[in-house]
Write a new protein. Structure first.
Length: 378
């Protein structure tokens, strides 16, 4: 039985879905990975997976270009004849599902981490696109052969409120999971007088709380604290919420933060950190950086926002602060800096929670159950 996993970048497929693809292959499925070309396709092929390039602009709203994309998908699905298409992110869900219905693919799974910019933003472009995207999502997510995978209960409520979720056809599966054998606590080499380190790892968007993180760093530095504030991630210049690279470099020039750019080996980076934060003020699906850091036994600070509060329960396995509140963030960081006992307790609890809820083996098993529900084994 052939299945197609369709995403908007090969980076996403490699970093978040390669374990699922390998598990499906081991279970007897023929797997085809589909995405625009990038730097990670060779790595997927090296794992023995089949990958194919699809030209696609994930930010395009050009009607002609989008129609060409849809026709390409229809032709590909008719040629490959999969029994199931599994789409990731809203745009892939829309085009992948509509193309699958036209090509008469019997089963469609759409895994999305929220409704995204069109439904969350109040700017004119988003408001104009909303009715069209809503109509297309109804077509994409509907039908007896379709299932919707969401990552947290808040997203389920949002989809229901927009009339996009049907009872019995929604599965709550917490993200892509994490390899707990790779992301695990490691002994830190003792360094005399080394300052503690705080990390924010995310796409460089304002909504991830970058301004609040920088202001919290300023507050703590003004108190005379010697702390290293690290930022990992790349700019996303095509995103309306992107932080300009010049702004980031200015923060670095002022000595407020250290910018690492893209980091391939996050497990090693976490091993040298003391605290991980994500002061997001935008609803998340399920933040991968928090789950990975928790698996490494690190204490977490995040905001009381959808997705974030699924990973962290205040005072139990991390600390929650209000969104857009840099002073509360600074106070939470200071609290952890002042107590190795609290850092250790929260980090151990975070690791325990990941093992029980977010281990990739649990996520893959639940995803395969959805597959079998739609395509029963012979």
């Amino acid at each position: 039985m052939k299945v197609i996993l369709f995403a908007n970048t090969d980076w996403y497929l490699y970093n978040f879905r390669r374990s699922l693809a390998l598990a499906l292959q081991a279970a007897g499925y023929e797997v085809l990975l589909l995405s625009p070309p990038g730097d990670y396709s060779a790595r997927l092929l090296a794992l023995g997976l089949r990958w194919q390039a699809l030209q696609m602009d994930r930010r395009s709203v050009n009607p002609l270009r989008e129609m060409v994309l849809l026709l390409r998908l229809v032709r590909l699905f008719r040629r490959e004849r999969p029994v199931l298409v599994h789409n990731f992110t809203v745009k892939c869900a829309v085009y992948g599902s509509i193309a699958a219905r036209i090509a008469r693919v019997s089963a469609r799974i759409n895994a999305v981490d929220g409704l995204g910019y069109v439904f969350s933003s109040d700017d004119r472009k988003a408001r104009l696109l909303r009715p069209l995207v809503r109509a297309m999502l109804r077509v994409a997510l509907g039908g007896r052969g379709a299932r919707l995978i969401l990552q947290n209960p808040d997203d389920r409520i949002s989809f229901e409120n927009f009339g996009l979720a049907t009872a019995g056809r929604v599965a709550l599966i917490p993200g892509a999971g994490v390899d707990c054998s790779r992301f695990c606590p490691r002994e830190r080499a003792a360094t005399v007088d080394a300052p503690p380190t705080v990390l924010l790892a995310a796409r460089l968007l304002w909504e991830k709380g970058l301004a609040e993180y920088v202001e919290a760093a300023r507050i703590l530095r003004s108190q005379g604290r010697k702390v290293r504030f690290l930022l990992a991630g790349n700019p996303d210049p095509g995103n309306p919420a992107a932080v300009p690279e010049a702004t980031i470099r200015d923060w670095v020039a002022q000595g407020i933060i250290e910018w690492l750019g893209h980091v391939d080996d996050m497990a090693t980076l976490y091993a040298s950190m003391d605290i991980v934060v994500l002061p997001s003020f935008y609803r998340e699906g399920l933040p991968t950086s928090l789950i990975e850091a928790a698996a490494c036994g690190l204490p977490l600070i995040t905001t009381d926002m959808p997705g974030c509060r699924e990973v962290v329960r205040h005072e139990a396995d991390g600390l929650l602060v209000p969104p857009r509140d840099s002073r509360a963030l600074a106070e939470a960081i200071a609290r952890l800096l002042d107590s190795t006992i609290l850092r250790s307790r929260l980090g151990e609890a975070a690791r325990t929670k990941v093992l029980a809820m977010f281990d990739e083996r649990i996520v893959i098993k639940r995803t395969q159950e959805v597959y079998r529900e739609l395509v029963p084994a012979d």
